[in-house]
Ligand binder design. Structure first.
Ligand code: ADP
Ligand code: MG
Length: 475
């Protein structure tokens, strides 16, 4: 039989499959394709640099054994990295492209001899000088990797987080962008990365901050005329974790300053971790140049956990709280609450509370009652954008009209109603509501809320507006 790249690789796979966990095999070996066999050098194509580094770090031994069996002692392995976006990434792979092997577009070859276990990945990390500033990390120590349970839904994101924590700034996942829906663990994972880094590298300056707070700080710095201090503060950080970057959408000033901070950190080998409720392609009103940087590293999605993972998350929580609960009940809750881990935990907490306050036994019926209430009461979170849209539609105007500077009474009223509902139904601060609804300041929002309160108790027509809108927002 003729020996081809495919036949060699397929034999290697058989061997590897027998020797590692099925899930690991599925995750790390199934996506690989054999592309070329030249003498005793087998080229395999991997989907990303992340993959390549992962294989090198975890599977280099088994790869060597498998390949030596097939091709003899001087077998060689060549990785072909198929990248979607190499633009601007200053990882040193380009230095290692053997010109003879160079493939024209979008893929880069890395020739890795086995004896060189860690290929010369240039570590751009710069050890900072002595500092006189101590920066509080703002990390929540209870959000760790250990209590972030792994499942298919989060395996890539969690493992990438661990890799980043082991070598902050020293992997190609820079930035690491974790994205996914509400309550799926983005904030938890972001903290876990920071907590682990602080643990392993106590001398590193780690900072966790929400994009909302970052924006507010920036706005304040402009007001107080110390924008440069703001920038310098962020530029000395080793690991910058920004939560919910989708919040930056439409905020061009903040995006601009973040762009400069990001570039500085990235160029100096500092680690940036971002979270977002959307994938970069779906982010709106974020400048292109910033979006392209978000894609430099790795974007890893948190998906909704499957049933098994939901059960293990609940069991782990109960275990940590020292509470025992029949499996049947845990499974009932996990079966009915599917899309949000926060709600899952909320239901189990109410269940424990109900039973201990009322001295009721935890039965399946009690679980049913609570899950029912829970599922009914968990309304989708409304955003300020959504509120503006509903209010504009109701008054048959465009959102841009609602946000405009005009003083026409009916438009002013619509704007005030939007502010009122934003205050009532979101957690955003007055300042943040103001900046999202037509660039007003917090005093204007406060005034709007008071006006709506007053008018709805004195003006019947106006009260109807409030009631109609409340219904439309279905709260
Ligand atoms: P997000 O930021 O995506 O809205 P959070 O990080 O706030 O979500 O997570 C919501 C809750 O769910 C937190 O209490 C978190 O600890 C928990 N959680 C989410 N995913 C997991 C997981 N895989 N294992 C354990 N707890 C989880
Ligand atoms: Mg969050």
């Amino acid at each position: 039989m003729e020996i081809t790249a495919d036949s060699v690789w397929s034999n290697c796979l058989d061997f590897i499959k027998d020797n590692i966990q099925p899930q690991a095999y599925k995750t790390w070996f199934e996506p690989i394709q054999a592309v070329k066999l030249t003498g005793n050098a087998l080229s395999i194509q991997v989907p990303s640099k992340f993959f390549y580094e992962w294989l090198e770090e975890h599977y280099v031994k088994i790869l060597k054994v498998a390949l030596t069996k097939e091709l003899g002692d001087d077998a060689k392995l060549v990785y072909v990295i198929k990248m979607e976006n190499t633009y601007g990434n200053k990882q040193p792979f380009t230095e290692k492209i053997p010109s003879a092997n160079r493939t024209p577009v979008k893929s880069q070859d890395v020739d890795v001899p086995f004896n060189n276990k860690s290929p010369e990945l240039k570590n751009p990390f710069i050890i900072p000088g002595i500092r006189n500033v101590k920066i509080e990390s703002q990390l929540n120590p209870s959000y760790t990797f250990e209590n972030f349970l792994e499942g298919d839904s989060n395996r890539l994101a969690r493992n990438a987080g661990i890799a980043v924590a082991n070598k902050p700034g020293g992997t190609s996942f820079n930035p690491l962008l974790i994205f996914g829906g509400v309550g799926l663990g983005k904030t938890h994972l972001a903290h876990a990365i920071g907590v682990d880094i602080k643990d392993k590298y106590p001398e590193k300056t780690v900072l966790y901050i929400s994009a909302e707070k970052f924006t507010q700080q920036y706005i304040d710095s402009v007001k107080k005329n110390n924008r440069n201090d703001f920038i310098h503060f962020y530029q000395i950080i080793d690991v910058l974790i920004i939560d919910d970057v989708q919040f930056l959408s439409g905020k061009t000033g903040t995006q601009d300053v973040f762009f400069h901070i990001f570039n500085h950190l990235h160029q100096n080998g500092k680690q940036v971790v971002l979270t977002s409720d959307k994938a970069p392609v779906d982010m709106q009103d974020i400048e292109q140049r910033l979006l392209s940087r978000f894609k430099w590293g790795l974007s890893a999605e948190l998906q909704t956990p499957d049933f098994e993972t939901r059960v293990s998350i609940l069991k782990n929580k109960l275990y940590r709280d020292g509470v025992e609960m029949p499996d049947e009940i845990v499974e009932y809750v996990a079966k009915h609450i599917k899309t949000n881990v926060r709600e899952l935990e909320g239901a189990i907490i109410s269940l424990i509370a109900q039973s201990s306050f009322n001295k009721k036994e935890i039965t399946i019926n009690l679980a049913k009652d609570i899950v029912d209430k829970f599922v009914k009461n968990t309304k989708r979170e409304v955003s300020i954008d959504y509120i503006q849209k509903v209010v504009s539609d109701y008054f048959q105007m465009d959102v841009s009209t609602l946000q405009s500077k005009t003083r026409k009474r009916h438009i002013v009223q619509a704007r005030q109603l939007a502010m009122f509902f934003a205050k009532k139904y979101t957690k955003a601060s007055l300042a943040s509501i103001g900046s999202q609804i037509g660039q007003r300041d917090h005093a204007t929002v406060l005034h709007a809320c008071k006006t709506v309160d007053n008018l709805s108790s004195t003006d019947k027509q106006f009260r109807k507006y409030v009631e109609d809108l409340a219904k439309k927002l279905s709260l």
